[in-house]
Design a binder for this molecule. Sequence first.
Ligand code: NAD
Ligand code: UDP
Ligand code: UDP
Length: 336
Amino acid sequence: MDDKGNTLIKAKPRPGVKGINRVLVTGGAGFVGSHLIDFLMKRGDHVMCLDNFFTGSRDNIAHHIGNPRFEVIRHDVVEPILLECDQVYHLACPASPVHYKFNPVKTIKTNVIGTLNMLGLAKRVKARFLLTSTSEVYGDPLQHPQTEEYWGNVNPIGERSCYDEGKRCAETLAFDYYREHGLEIRVARIFNTYGPRMALDDGRVVSNFVKQAIENTPMTIYGDGSQTRSFQYVSDLVAGLVALMDGEHTGPINIGNPGEFTMKELADKVREVVNPDATTVFKENTSDDPGRRKPDISKAKKLLNWEPKVPLIEGLKLMEPDFRKRLSGGDEPAAK
Ligand code: NAD
Ligand code: UDP
Ligand code: UDP
């Protein structure tokens, strides 16, 4: 027990780390970062959450404030910083197309200069470094499902390029620190993830549909709704990221749920869980929207002994109460 009465689960020791694990989570106040922090806090790590609060929220991490094993650092990864830690989970970067297109030059700086700074930090303190890359590195894929060997089909000058080319460069930097400096790196390629605490204005499809169905406004399908995505529940992602970080494989490794749905099918699922009367409306699609997405997760299964456990319908049921609560009263997101 600590002095706040929290039960401490001893951190799983990893080679080269003596005693408790000191973990830096950049982007820790965001959707994925805050769920990752919950996991790390629960197992007894010391956690530094570094965030500039562009898309993240203090509400997501408020339940850890005051715990002596937890610190919040308001900082922008584009600027250098000196910190001591054993592991760096580098998540800082807006993930929703609406947010990353808002200030594209800043998105590139975050992905390139921000990742460079965090790699420099990891090199200085000899920490293990995990990059949260993305299925977007495959662009509008010509291979289906996507394996890690596929090099992608990405437009270098399009509206999404600040994000997908930014992440591709971040991967390059990570591998160059690995080859040139011997830094221990891990690269996760994450496929669309959803769950409680997604920002209400996030703009991604699952949060948009759930919010619209709760508010009884039409679910906005962009294009003809035949494009596909594979949706992963956030607890599955956290388990995959931790398995990758604590394991012995560099990656890149796809972390996603291979279940593949068209946007019309997703609308049907949301209707089934949230509101049977929810309607849909078709809107013009955004440019360079990938036509389909589905991870090949053979590598994660074999090397990490990981696979997703939560089917879409169950994940939507877990997400709905948090959205209802925040939409009705502006309450902070649920702690779990
Ligand atoms: P999010 O927008 O909720 O979280 C990103 C966090 O990073 C926010 O707290 C934001 O304030 C912070 N941030 C942004 N720019 C920063 C900067 N310059 N300095 C410091 N902090 C900064 O997004 P998320 O869904 O939690 O995604 C987390 C990571 O996972 C991102 O790197 C994203 O690219 C990656 N990823 C997510 C998904 C997904 O579906 N959620 C898919 C693929 C990859
Ligand atoms: N850096 C940082 N924190 C550290 C160490 C480095 O922010 O603890 C930054 C540093 O300012 C530089 C980047 O990381 O911009 C890369 O550092 P590295 O030492 O690899 O390269 P160099 O400084 O030699 O260019
Ligand atoms: N989309 C949609 N309605 C929305 C938001 C998004 O139909 O309200 C579509 C979007 O055009 C894309 C898919 O849903 O084809 C996934 O978009 P999202 O922004 O969630 O993620 P990403 O494009 O990064 O995979």
